[in-house]
Design a protein around this ligand. Structure first.
Ligand code: HEC
Length: 166
């Protein structure tokens, strides 16, 4: 898919995504495109999130620090980063993918994750796992990979060519 095709596919799938994630107990999964700050220009393929097309967003609390990219050192408490996803299937169809979310908790939440709480929701809106809660062990792979970016508070950012310029 070209970037333009990926953007069109995303526009087309968004209402389905929005519906799928409307009923979680996390307010940040409700119609995020309407209120969150968008950091990716168009969907791009993320090898580390299942080879799916993904987009990146932040809530207001996290947007300033996240937008500094490699210059930033720490995300403020209550930052929420949202990565939605979709798959382009071999038969030409598109399908909604999991929703990946990171929330910066207060000091003492979890030293191992630098106080990040990771969430993953499946495309039917149910919780696959959350750090420190349901299926926490099943989400250990999130922080095991993100922790490599210790100097940037476990943030990987996104490929430069897809960054929204601020
Ligand atoms: C093998 C490494 C790896 C694993 C495992 C991984 N991520 Fe990521 N994550 C990345 C990379 C690389 C990026 C940025 C580039 C991209 O999107 O592909 C990223 C970006 C993110 C972002 C945007 C914030 C940032 O770091 O820039 C969120 C939110 C996120 N991942 C959530 C998750 C969650 C939730 C899980 C587990 C279900 C997870 N990730 C598993 C490597 C990983």
């Amino acid at each position: 898919m070209t970037d333009a095709e990926a953007a069109a596919a995303y526009d087309c799938l968004y209402s389905e995504m929005k519906e799928a994630y409307a009923n979680t107990r996390i307010p940040a999964t409700r119609n995020w495109r309407a209120w969150a700050t968008q950091f990716s220009t168009t969907p791009y393929v993320s090898a580390t999130h299942g080879g799916r097309y993904v987009m990146n967003y932040s809530n207001t609390m996290g947007a300033r620090a996240y937008g500094e990219y490699e210059e930033m050192t720490e995300m403020p408490r209550s930052s929420v980063l949202i990565k939605d996803s979709f798959s382009a299937n071999a038969d030409g169809t598109l399908s909604v993918g999991p929703l990946f979310l990171m929330e910066k908790m207060g000091p003492g939440f979890n030293a191992e994750t630098a106080d990040w709480r990771y969430y993953m929701f499946t495309p039917d809106g149910s919780l696959f796992g959350v750090t420190g809660g349901q299926n926490s062990a099943g989400l250990a792979f999130c922080h095991e990979c993100h922790a490599a970016m210790e100097d940037n508070d476990h943030m990987w950012f996104l490929p430069e060519e897809y960054r929204v310029s601020n």
